[in-house]
Design a protein around this ligand. Sequence first.
Ligand code: AMP
Ligand code: MG
Length: 485
Amino acid sequence: MSKHKWNFNNSYQQLSNKMYSPVMPTKVLAPATVLFNKKLAVELGLVFEAADTEFKDGVFSGNFIPEGAEPIAQAYAGHQFGHFNILGDGRAILLGEIITPNGSRVDIQLKGSGPTPYSRRGDGRATLRSMLREYIISEAMHGMGIASSRSIAVAITGEKVYREDMHDGAVLTRIASSHIRVGTFEYARNFLSTEELESFTNYTIRRHYPQLQGSANAALEFLRAVVLKQVALMVNWMRVGFIHGVMNTDNMSVAGETFDYGPCAFMNSYDTKTVFSSIDTNSRYAYGNQPQVALWNLSCLASALLPLIHSEEAIAIKMAEEVLNVFPALYQQQYATMMANKIGFLVSNEEIVLLISELLEWMQLNKGDYTNTFLVIQWNGKLSQPIYEQDLFKEWLKKREILLAKNGISIEVATSLMQLNNPCYIPRNHLVEQALDAACFENNYDYFNRFLSTLVQPNDVVKEWNEFHMPPEVGDGVYATYCGT
Ligand code: AMP
Ligand code: MG
């Protein structure tokens, strides 16, 4: 096996040893890399040579530990559907942290690489299907300009994984700027001393918000910084119709990246109540609820930080509330600007807010596709669907035109603004399933790779409708996603 030097620089081990457990990936029978994100590997400085199949298969399956890695599973807790539980990496192992050629620090993690001390009753494994799903959706999110964990590779293990049926097992190698969660803070607050909580908070600040070091109240400023990141992230999810599906506090990164892709899905026709996850029976994590849930999760972060904010709890609560209370208005403002951008306006105003709400109401009533409706507006393009021939829609287009003129915005400016904000392609659920079927049942990755290549550049100027634009003929009614796969 050829020698490779990856630029590991592991820092998580300097924290209290209650924050993690050293653990090795479990070796697998017959590893084979089925997907490899070469472009990303190069950006990270993870150099592979063309003939490195054996190294790749080894490292991406957990069979070979690259020099400098110090594998650990991270401890965390979290509110799952509102209930507090002790969790931890049950099927993920952090190989270590890499310093990339541009100087940033990223976690490199294997998902599905065998049991850890936090596996509880789980097997520590993952199915090929769910790892391919995370790969394509996380790369699509990045393509849409949304902060996200990234995927480097998927390797099959040559072993079977038992869920309700038998599946091929696989390991996903992913990166994130860290895997520190709201739930990691909840864990530290509940099971560590205040001194240890403080040094963990300082560590996180150094890593993600170094500009806050030395602030008079660093914990409070940290909370504020995470609030700002989450507002921006929620606005982006709403922009493209992304539904995370399981926004438990353990699945929310304090770095403001989307991660832990489980039962996530994309909305086709616009409906704020859209839910796909089969376990979300109360629609807690419906499309339209996500900003509110983010705020709820942030209040869990705030409550974990209280002892660091002020020694008197009542005062600490008041200070934290003041920071959290910024969320609704800030979100409303950024959401309004984003929606204005989606129809070609630089900034929002009352008339534009009204125009947008008319459009959304019309979309919801007529089951208009959230992605394509904006493209129809943007391209002035015909899509052979009767709803776009409706007088009501044409009248709306006319109103928009008049309002653009009134605001002194040319069609060219409006169009380029829309191009930046409206993806031409999203990972539509039925197309993702089609790609996964071909890969999992026929070992054919052609469709997957073709679809992926459109998704990583979703804002390319395309003016013709093709198969990747089309919502499912049967609508969304029958589609469901499953967790824990
Ligand atoms: P999730 O909601 O998918 O992020 O997972 C919640 C918790 O369950 C985390 O602590 C996971 O590590 C753990 N978990 C999920 N699937 C498995 C599995 N197959 N084996 C062990 N732990 C798992
Ligand atoms: Mg998770």
